[in-house]
Design a protein around this ligand. Sequence first.
Ligand code: ADP
Ligand code: TRP
Length: 329
Amino acid sequence: METVLSGIRSTGNLHLGNYFGAVRNFVKMQHEYNCYFFIADIHSLTTHPKPDNLHENIKKVLSEYLACGIDPDIATIYIQSDVPEIPQLYLLLNMNAYIGELERTTTFKEKVRKQPENVNAGLLTYPVLMCADIIIHNADKVPVGKDQEQNLEMARKFARRFNHIYGVEYFTLPEPFNFGSDLVKVPGLDGAGKMGKSEGNGIYLIDDPKVIRKKVMQAVTDAGPEKPNSIKPEPIQNLFYLMELVSEENTIRHFDDLYNNCTIRYGDLKKQLAEDIVKFTTPYRERILDIYNDDAYLRRVVSQGAEKARQSASKTLREVREIIGYRSF
Ligand code: ADP
Ligand code: TRP
């Protein structure tokens, strides 16, 4: 069975874009692949979070993924900093990563622009740590968004380089995992573009109904169609697209008919969409809160995940040390 590994940023809550674009697929994937999901809480130190926020964010993200259906008895879900073999492998890989190539990485250059006051070495070697995350379990496939493609390419490069330097075929070269036809792009409600954290237009699974209603009622629309059966402009298309994700088929058909005969009232459509989003997110919100408040459960999940991850990681590290030439006396 192929191994799929996904690293999760430990900042920010899940919005509908994350859910439909990624997490929903992860939940399906865990039955088809040997899956590792981990919270990248060492990477998050590159932006210097406050100690209280660090723990809080990890707990939030973990609760959200579990609430969405990642099953700790099926997949391996763990926290990066619980697996000391990862930073050990990272240290070893750093010896074969060159400053020049690291400086040329897009994500590094972007961070230099964004946080010029904090250009730390961790930012520079971010792709090396990401490589260690991946190859420590010899992952075959890694689902990554557009912004992480280059980092994955670097991981392949470092894995290939290790094999080459030591004349072994030890590490698998990780491929991007493609969701193929399952790939959806969730639009924002601000008229154009995708829903995203940095776009500031997210509808979050944890949002309470009042917040969701307010966000949806503020969605951009237009003056309405003038001719029957006209093509929907992007802001309207986006509302219908969201409906496709959360509403019943006959609701969509109803509003589509109203649009086509020019009697649609966008206020009604938004109200319905808001209720359907609330109906969709409510069970998730409730589960997130339940899990978040269940420290005993979270403790169990985290220690079970760390144990499973360390089993695979320590085997790799042992073999890597052997290949590098560390021998016992
Ligand atoms: P954000 O910063 O907006 O939370 P990320 O880039 O962290 O988004 O997203 C993590 C993953 O969630 C992405 O790799 C992608 O698969 C998915 N994702 C995020 N936004 C969307 C969207 N609007 N539509 C579809 N998928 C999305
Ligand atoms: N860098 C990824 C992000 O920002 C998170 C991440 C860390 C990751 N290590 C990984 C993703 C390993 C995939 C594989 O989204």
